[in-house]
Design a protein around this ligand. Sequence first.
Ligand code: PMP
Length: 399
Amino acid sequence: MLKELFANRVQPDNPSRLEGLFPQMNFDDAILFTAGSPAEELFPKEAIRQAYLDAMDLEGAHTFQYHTVSGPIELREKLAVRAQQKMQIENAKPENIMLTAGGQQGIDLIAKLLLNKGDGLVVEAPTYVGALSSFDMYEPSYHEVDLEPDGMNLDQLEEILKTNNIKMLYTVADFHNPGGVTMSIAKRKRLVELANQYNFIILEDTPYRDLRYVGEALPAIKHFDTEDRVVFLSSFSKVLMPTLRLGWMVASKQIIQRLYKLKEAADLEVPNITASAVNQYLEKNDLDEHIKQLIQVYSLKRQVMFDALQREMPEGVKATCPDGGFFTWLTVPDEINTTDLLYQSATPDAHIAYVPSKNFYAFKDHTNGMRLNFTGLTPDEINDGMHRLGEVLDKAMNN
Ligand code: PMP
């Protein structure tokens, strides 16, 4: 009875994409390659503690009062400078910066801003599962574009654009989650040209962008934006801590003003104590120095992962080698179903877990891949876990 009252978007035959993503593994020796979490030992705990104290000292009781949807100007000024210098978004100004409850809320608000039921939305195949969970709520008409080693296949995209009305395209251009690849400069430029020609908005989601282990940073897609069509989205989750729930985006004033309405309707504003503390942190610490430390630790783990993959994986298994970020993507022969393998063999026998490919596709119809995280484990765990995975795959492929 109660069930009939729920909206279509939350009917039980439409299960959460995040459900069952992380098998509960109660074995002492379990090795989990599932996480998308930053390493806790690298959290700048003391500096953040001090930043919260500084924020409280600065404003007293008023720190805890309602503020405004736009958040502290001092923080937006700093983020505008960061966008100019680090992302090459030269025209970013404080009024182009919007603060959100993590990058996740940014994704959700943009989808809410643009998508009526049935509207055309292009996503990469595979793509970030949390974005799909959010998009599902707006009941779009999905179009998938394959991910290649240099980013999404733009020829495929153009074919879609010729025959469909597309409003929005979502991309993780730097160190893709889950694919591990980075979009080339040439593709960034052409993507913006296509957006101009076919009139759609690009959501450029970049939570891993600062975590580059090899090569030079590329200009953001928004750097090439000539018609205010690109929304650049970033987050403090991976470079500071996820619990801050603080994301930020760069977009045109026209877009930001409308997003403010949506954010006010959802939750009024980001918590002032957090925004103010992050502002204090940025004032008294060098975020880029902290990021350098993260890069040092994570890039070592990446190397251990790739040596182990080369050593342990049977012939016929392919892995992407990301220049940054948290993940590598494994493609296994077509006849292997990685969801079945996880529940029938990898988890129960080998005590390892990964995220099967099915979760990362809008149509849930790709079963021969998996996402592996390499930042949340020790080098020994990575070596041991890859050895176990190699054995599981070897057995499955020779069955
Ligand atoms: N986008 C991508 C690609 C992500 O991987 C994540 C987190 N895993 C997010 C957005 C959301 O992160 P947060 O809300 O913590 O900023």
